[in-house]
Write a protein that binds this ligand. Sequence first.
Ligand SMILES: NC(=O)c1ccc[n+]([C@@H]2O[C@H](COP(=O)([O-])OP(=O)(O)OC[C@H]3O[C@@H](n4cnc5c(N)ncnc54)[C@H](O)[C@@H]3O)[C@@H](O)[C@H]2O)c1
Length: 312
Amino acid sequence: MARFANNSPLKTENQKKIGTPPPYGPVGVEAARAASSSSPAEPTLFKHEFSMADRVALVSGANRGLGLEMAMALIEAGARAVYCVDMPKAPGEEWTKVKEYTSRMKGLAGEGRLEYISGDVRNQEAMWKIGEEIGNTEGRMDACVAAAGILRSHTDCLQYPAKQFQEVMEVNVNGVLYTAQAAGRQMERFGNGGSIILIASMSGSITNKDHAWVSYNTSKSAVIQMARSMACELGPKRIRVNSLSPGHIYTSMTAAYVDTQPHLVEKWSSLNPLGRLGRPDELRGVVTWLASDASTFCTGSDILVSGGHHAW
Ligand SMILES: NC(=O)c1ccc[n+]([C@@H]2O[C@H](COP(=O)([O-])OP(=O)(O)OC[C@H]3O[C@@H](n4cnc5c(N)ncnc54)[C@H](O)[C@@H]3O)[C@@H](O)[C@H]2O)c1
């Protein structure tokens, strides 16, 4: 089990007001200032700051879609293990393909384990247990991506049935909290800090034109505020919490709309300055940045990745 020595700068009580210096030594301008003209000059940005080397992560909704894409990115960034939690008893074909593919990668990525755990984010007790078991096995928990979410078909807001509203909230709000708790409790237990990324949506801060999605939009606003709120409570423990808000990205969730109403591709594309939908792989960089040391001063923020949808 990874434990830090009493004088380790990674321990909360040893932090200085300017934050914990990186354990791998000075980087950037500070590294250049500290170097003598004869010492080697090595880039650290991808080797250290963006690296997930030896880190452990939990990603919900990661049997497919954005969750799987982001889990794979963390493996490529060198994570020791990424635990994918999703509903099916066994992982799907796409997940299995990704596991096999990443295990053949050269370097640290090939050593990273993509693991699958069947679980329902609506079950708080079960989610806490999943977190605890990962902690017991790995001796640490460094990152969490709460990506499980659902979107229902158009429903008039004045007729919205209580049961359906509740169903969406249970996954998109309660489930996100239970996932963040599952990982956050382990981050607190091991004292190494950590990064929790709650997948919200641009629908948490704008309303999608002509779409009657009151439950989804409401749930995503709640996720954005949950991230801010948790960030404020957990900052002193060096646990960062941010929300990540994608725009329209083609996945099974959005395919339910665009595959049956092809004109929506044109319409959604016209709503952002880049004039297109996003691809799941376009979240690889931002999730790695948020999960790693590359973003150590970022917490309580909502990061929009929407092709500029908000800019108009
Ligand atoms: N695709 C987009 O355009 C888009 C845009 C903004 C935000 N998002 C958000 O990104 C996240 C991922 O969406 P996606 O597009 O990959 O959709 P998706 O439907 O492909 O993936 C969602 C995953 O969550 C899982 N899930 C659902 N309920 C669950 C539960 N109770 N417990 C555990 N897992 C559960 C599903 O099985 C599925 O694998 C969602 O939170 C979604 O709201 C998506």
